[in-house]
Write a protein that binds this ligand. Structure first.
Ligand SMILES: Cc1cc2nc3c(=O)[nH]c(=O)nc-3n(C[C@H](O)[C@H](O)[C@H](O)COP(=O)(O)OP(=O)(O)OC[C@H]3O[C@@H](n4cnc5c(N)ncnc54)[C@H](O)[C@@H]3O)c2cc1C
Length: 475
């Protein structure tokens, strides 16, 4: 029987294990062991209930249009537990000079597509609005170098759009800095659109109209999906389907070594085990350290992926304390506002099943690429900072019924300039090493669906390699 080690029990590693479990059930002659240094599986996916409210420690949902999370839920038989975001109430605000200004109608991920709301919004200066109108005439242009999202957006719409939209939106998704994140890696659609249409506004509108026509009479799908009992429900259901004797929590892997045709996985307490294949589903910098003895160049590239950290603060309130909040999903805070808070989600508005009718939840984000310092604050200091900023921004003075702080050190891979070339080099080297696969948020997408796809395809590649090896073929 072939043995596979999976290192890292976040959603990437769990998806890999689930695929191996299915292959095993289908007759593949293999076993697997999943190593997780923490006491729980799921990585940053963790949900808990406080006073009847659902508190998400890390991700609260996933993008519906990326199919891999939905497919996993279907395979797990929990698709009936899926919930969609309350898109009818979707409204997001940007903080400008301490005031919340609604993002204008027709703004599609920072690209304006509707003339009148864009012309009337107080979110942009007249100069930016003129720039937006001129953008419609932007000529097609092939991407020359690996420019940053900030540079690309500034070329089209000006610096104010970078400050008020691109940077806060990317802070939300990547905990990143728009002036460092690679446009090709993070927004490949924008690059393609510029090459084909020139104007991003015209391209976005064309894509939107095409999608509308294709959707026909079907009601639009919600932008975000989650599960009634939170993202933990996905973790728990996958875990329950795995071989329970194969799950080693509280077990940190210290190194991975090649030994003849096999892999030695060294764990705590000086013990080690031999495997036929290894899937490393940890953050890339951990993978780099683990693989130093296997391939120095590969390790260097993995160690070169930078990460940002994030702190989330969830505050629970009685609904009558929140009546003066504006309707909508929450607000984003541009860096130029000089605040620590990056964003605040009105969770009870964004999703159903998150809080009882008489309660509400605010989830605030801090940290990101430019504020690692927030990690060194105590919980009390973090909560005090958030409450002071909420008081100034939305006049919320009430003492919350509960507060919960989560710190995610180095959790968000930063796809900076050169990212795609780095990933290509990593993949080339991995391909040359039989029985090694990588998975995680450092390569082809940071979201939960991307990680599920990554874990699944790593496991699929391992099964193929082992099957071919068993039948005497090489990869
Ligand atoms: C605050 C926050 C909010 C987010 N919000 C969203 C969202 O709303 N939607 C979305 O799609 N995505 C979101 N993301 C991103 C997404 O959650 C992550 O990219 C994804 O969960 C990463 O999964 P992973 O398995 O690749 O990595 P991880 O979850 O980091 O798992 C890696 C695991 O490896 C373990 N490990 C590390 N070193 C070792 C070792 N030496 N030996 C053994 N085990 C080890 C770690 O303990 C960890 O459990 C968010 C992320 C954060 C932090």
């Amino acid at each position: 029987m072939k043995r596979v080690a999976i290192i890292g029990g976040g959603i990437s590693g769990l998806s890999a294990a689930f695929h191996l479990e299915k292959s095993r059930a289908a007759g593949a002659d293999l076993s697997y062991t999943l190593y997780e240094s923490g006491k729980c599986l799921g990585g940053s996916m963790h949900s808990t209930r406080l006073d009847g409210c659902l508190v998400e420690a890390g991700p609260d949902s996933f993008l519906t249009e990326k199919p891999w999370a939905l497919s996993l839920c279907q395979e797990l038989g929990i698709d009936d537990q899926m919930i969609g975001s309350n898109d009818a109430q979707r409204k997001t605000y940007i903080v400008v000079k301490n005031r919340l200004i609604a993002m204008p109608d027709g703004l599609m991920f920072m690209v304006p597509t509707k003339l009148v709301p864009t012309a009337l919004t107080p979110l942009f200066s007249l100069k930016t609005k003129i720039r937006m109108a001129q953008e419609l005439l932007h000529p097609p242009r092939p991407m020359q170098d690996d420019e940053s999202v900030g540079e690309l957006v500034e070329r089209h719409f000006g610096a104010e759009v970078v400050d008020r939209l691109a940077d806060p939106l990317l802070s939300g998704v990547y905990g990143g800095d728009a002036n460092k994140l690679s446009a090709r890696a993070v927004l490949p659609r924008f690059v393609e659109m510029e090459e084909k249409y020139g104007s991003l506004s015209r391209a976005m509108l064309a894509a939107h109209n095409k999608m509308k026509a294709m959707a026909g009479k079907h009601p639009p799908r919600p932008l975000f999906s989650s599960l009634k009992d939170g993202m933990q429900q996905m973790v728990d259901t996958v875990t329950a389907r795995l071989d329970q004797t194969a799950l080693r929590t509280n077990t940190r892997v210290r190194g991975v070594y090649r030994e003849d045709e096999q892999w030695r996985v060294a764990i705590d307490l000086g013990s080690s085990e031999l495997y036929d294949a290894v899937i490393v589903a940890t953050p890339a910098n951990v993978a780099g350290a683990l693989l130093e003895a296997v391939d120095r160049d590969l390790a260097d590239d993995l160690l070169g992926v930078t990460y940002s950290s994030s702190v989330t603060v969830t505050l629970g309130y009685y609904a009558n304390q929140l009546t003066h909040l504006p309707p909508g999903f929450g607000f984003l805070v541009p860096r130029s506002e000089g605040r620590r808070m990056l964003a605040c989600t009105f969770v009870h508005n964004k999703f159903p099943h998150r809080a009882p009718a008489d309660k509400g939840i605010l989830r605030c984000f801090l940290g990101g690429a430019r504020d690692e310092g927030v990690l060194s604050l105590t919980d009390d200091e973090v909560v005090a900072t958030v409450r002071a900023e909420l008081k100034e921004l939305v006049k919320l003075e009430a003492r919350p019924m509960f507060e919960r702080v989560y710190r995610w050190r180095g959790a968000m891979a930063q796809y900076e300039s050169g990212h795609l070339a780095r990933v290509e080099r990593i993949e080339r080297r991995v391909k040359a090493i039989a029985g090694l696969e990588l998975a995680g948020n450092a390569y082809h997408g940071i979201g939960v669906p991307d990680c599920i796809r990554e874990g699944t395809s790593a496991a699929n590649a391992v099964v193929q390699t082992l099957t071919m090896a068993a039948s005497g073929q090489s990869r």
